[in-house]
Design a protein around this ligand. Structure first.
Ligand code: NFS
Ligand code: SF4
Length: 653
């Protein structure tokens, strides 16, 4: 970008870019420092309108072909492909890309698990043997009289099928409520193995293969389900087994978690193993001593994005911010190293890191970045890489030349609500049944449950969509489950604190106050969206709320999404039976048959459906209307009226 363009962008107020005060402070500083950030690049890069409508195809080179979204049926591609084929193929490939990311991450976790079980890695061990047994039991592995190691070996072998199985159903299909699974079987969308589904998806969307949008979408569902009930779920369950199942823990969030007088290291990415090893390394006496010698009071390890959300949920590690803030935080001048692994890592980080002499370190063989230092993380010798990152950060601290300006905000809150804990907290026994949650829904104190997830996107004001939507939902007694960047957005806005229950409607507030929980529950990273699927399945199994996932008074949303992974998540929620509403943008041409299928037709097949609105209030309205529709179908709409009248009467007294 030229300096002139940049000056033009400077007129864009920082506050218009973000609802996060610390990020706004850093945008302003960046402009003074003449450093270009993601927000500036978004303003300079007008989104391609044809791509935004998903009306173009470059799957072969008779094209690339552009159709006209204003007259969608007025034209076809050189091969004759219609707007519906083109959109369905684009959508399906997005799902395949997102699913590949989650399942490859999950498979890496399973590889790690195998090495730990076979005692080839000394640095990690099975931390939660109870969860190990539960997961094994849940997919029909006989665990009686078996040692932890035997169960672990059996579990490894079974879960490997999630990826490599050629025929049959993935192991976690056993967790799907029967009626939902029946529907999937009827539609032939029960996933075999993720590799097979993704491969077939890529094949079918290449030039001249599947040219019926309904058939393409069916395979997109199957592929997405191999992520949600496959790769992502394996990732969550194995990470819990290896590193511990989260339980509520207090954590500080926002840029103020950086410390001026300490060596600050940021870990940003998605796999917990790098982060776990960094934790060991920064606490080792040798490293702490070295930091002190360099004049630091200590070493401060903080997270960003999804692995940060996971570590915050599991161990209470401080979290510095979500996706849109990863460049802005470098502008503090206080970051002595940023180490990254995979996913959501902007290449733009390299240029910003260079401006502040912050070492940017890539660690995963899958993700190198031009201009960054690559120190490969080997889980057999994790200390090597982790220690080197710490040493680099200490030397950056010693030689700090840039003035340091750290925004002051830190928001304390409670994180770490695994589905196991949600049930326990609401009055059940840890790892028991879901009766209390169901009871509170049936009696109307809780109207329904919403999962609000996904990214931030510089195409909409950072955090604003998340906060506005969630405020509306809790005000209307909808219990909100959060993951990833959404979880961090709400934590920064103060909603992870139990005191935030005052923003909830009367019924939800009463439940929150009784148990001492915040009105929004943070579950961890994006792969931990699988916890929402498990919680929803438990609700069905518990009884009283219908027989399939599609019967539940629940809804999902990703108000500020940007990643292919978000579309994969959306499609596995939809295919699981959940109404899922996206904000910011949606790659589709309205008024087409494909649009009709996603936003209506899928529901008629017994699945969920998509919704879209740029307005978070409208998103909330759509979700609440859906929840009420489901309550009515279940015959529990009257109960809620009674509870609310009861609360008013109590007030009067
Ligand atoms: Ni999930 Fe989005 Fe990335 Fe995490 Fe954040 S941007 S799709 S929330 S860090 S994966
Ligand atoms: Fe054009 Fe068809 Fe080739 Fe796509 S596959 S680029 S629509 S000719």
């Amino acid at each position: 970008m030229s300096i002139n363009d940049k000056k033009k962008n400077d007129t864009l107020q920082a506050d218009a870019c973000t609802a996060c005060q610390s990020t706004a402070e850093m945008i302003t500083k960046a402009r003074k420092d003449e450093v270009v950030l993601n927000f500036d690049r978004a303003a300079a890069m007008k989104a391609c309108p044809i791509g935004a409508d998903s009306a173009c195809c470059k799957h072969c080179f008779m094209g690339p072909c552009r159709l006209n979204a204003k007259d969608p049926y007025g034209k076809v591609g050189v091969c004759g492909a219609t707007i519906d084929t083109i959109q369905a193929r684009n959508f399906a490939r997005t799902v395949a890309g997102g699913s590949a990311a989650h399942t490859d991450h999950g498979m890496a976790m399973l590889d790690l698990f195998k090495e730990v079980v076979n005692e080839r890695i000394a640095d990690y061990r099975i931390k939660d043997p109870i969860k190990l047994k539960e997961v094994a039991d849940s997919i029909g592995i006989d665990t009686t009289d078996k040692t932890v190691k035997q169960i672990a070996i059996d579990l490894y072998r079974e879960l490997e099928r999630t990826y490599v199985q050629v025929e049959g159903e993935i192991p976690f299909a056993k967790r799907v409520p029967e009626k939902t699974l029946e529907q999937w079987r009827k539609l032939k969308i029960v996933p075999r193995g993720a590799m097979r589904e993704i491969m077939e998806m890529m094949h079918r969307t290449t030039m001249g293969v599947d040219q019926h949008y309904e058939n393409i979408t069916r395979q997109a569902s199957r592929t997405a389900l191999s992520d949600g009930w496959g790769g992502s779920m394996v990732s969550t369950e194995i990470s819990d087994i290896l590193f511990g199942t989260p339980a509520p823990v207090e954590a500080g969030v926002n840029m103020g978690v950086l410390k001026e007088d300490q060596v600050n290291i940021i870990i940003h990415g998605h796999e917990p193993n790098l982060f776990e090893s960094m934790l060991a390394s920064v606490n080792s006496p040798v490293m702490v001593e070295a930091a002190k010698e360099a004049g630091a009071k200590g070493i401060n390890l903080v997270g960003m994005c999804c692995s940060g959300a996971e570590m915050m949920s599991r161990h209470g590690i401080p979290h510095a911010g979500n996706f849109s803030s990863t460049e802005a935080i470098l502008v503090t001048g206080a970051v002595d190293a940023m180490a990254v692994d995979i996913q959501c890592i902007k290449q733009g980080l390299a240029a910003v890191a260079e401006c502040y002499d912050t070492p940017l370190i890539t660690t995963n063989p899958r993700c190198h970045i031009e201009g960054a230092t690559h120190i490969e993380f080997n889980e057999h010798e994790p200390k090597e890489c982790a220690d080197e990152i710490v040493i680099k950060s200490i030397s950056r601290f010693r030689g700090r030349t840039h003035p340091v300006q750290i925004p002051k905000q830190v928001n304390q809150g409670v994180q770490g609500f695994s589905h196991e804990y949600i049930n326990y907290m609401l009055g059940g026994s840890f790892r028991g049944g879901y009766t209390p949650l169901n009871d509170n829904i049936i009696n109307g104190r809780i109207r329904g449950v919403a999962g609000v997830v996904g990214c931030t996107n510089p195409r909409s004001r950072q955090d604003d969509g998340h906060i506005t939507l969630v405020k509306e939902l809790i005000r209307n007694d909808v219990l909100v489950l959060l993951t990833g960047c959404a979880q961090v957005a709400l934590a920064k806005a103060g909603f992870a604190a139990p005191e935030a229950a005052v923003f909830a409607g009367d019924g939800l507030q009463e439940v929150c106050e009784t148990v001492g929980m915040p009105p929004v529950l943070g579950l961890g990273s994006c792969v931990d969206n699988s916890r929402i699927l498990i919680a929803a399945s438990e609700m069905v199994r518990e009884g009283g709320l219908g027989e399939s996932l599609a019967d539940l008074p629940v809804a999902g949303a990703a108000p500020e999404w940007m990643s292919e992974k978000a579309v994969a998540i959306g499609q596995y929620f939809v295919a699981s039976g959940v109404f899922t509403v996206f904000g910011t943008t949606f790659p589709i041409t309205e008024g087409t048959r494909f649009h009709e299928l996603l936003f209506d037709g899928l529901e008629k097949q017994g699945l969920g459906k998509w919704g879209f609105s740029k307005d978070p209030y409208e998103m909330a309205r759509m979700m609440i209307a859906h929840i009420d529709k489901k309550r009515k179908a279940l015959g529990i709409d009257k109960a809620r009226e009674r509870v609310l009248v009861g609360m008013d009467e109590r007030r009067e007294l």
